[in-house]
Design a protein around this ligand. Sequence first.
Ligand code: FPP
Length: 228
Amino acid sequence: MDGNGRWAARHGNTRTFGHEQGIEAVRSTVEGAGEIGISWLTLFAFSTENWSRPREEVEALMGLLVYAIEAETDNLMKNNVTVRVIGDTGMLPGHVKEKLHSCIDRLKNNTGLKVVLALSYSSKWEITEAVRKIAADACASKISPADINSELFEKYLSTAGIPDPELLIRTSGEYRISNFLLWQIAYSELYFTEKLWPDFRKEDLFEAIADFQCRERRFGMTSEQIAG
Ligand code: FPP
């Protein structure tokens, strides 16, 4: 969800105002994903690297997160949505963790769209943590080095149990991955749009999916094999 700051600058306003406007884009995207039967939607809301932003901006983003949870939980409940968080959540302030956990708990029996919030998340953090836990389990003889393969490795990632993304969308005309789901996007289709995140709406999601539907996903095979 990139481009909140540039959107704000173009509208002669503060970066916080840009983030606030980003919430409407989140609402529309979640609604659209539910409407068309998407099972999983992961939103990169705050990266490990974002902790290095000015203190006021970090505080504003944490405040917005709490505000969005309070304002949207009823709506998420009505729309049968569940929420899960991936990331180094120990870094989040206590009141943010509490709000998140009570929202997750309230929605836990829903059966529709599963929204994954990447918060204080970075792929290098996640992979390093996975390696640390694997090494600890090997030292404790719970696993042997010969057991380590990609299936086992995935069980140690924060996305364990979540399917790899089929489509990754990045807004704001930046052509970077920025430390997001590096392992999981090995075969994802990438879609870049010039739209800044606060202008993104469900119609833009549908456009990205229509583009995705025209792609041929070969997973290293040939077109003929896929057709067969
Ligand atoms: C990137 O834009 C955006 C963020 C770091 C924050 C995203 C947060 C929201 C959309 C609001 C709250 C989210 C939820 C899930 C309720 P940027 O600040 O890097 O923009 P720039 O590159 O134009 O400066």
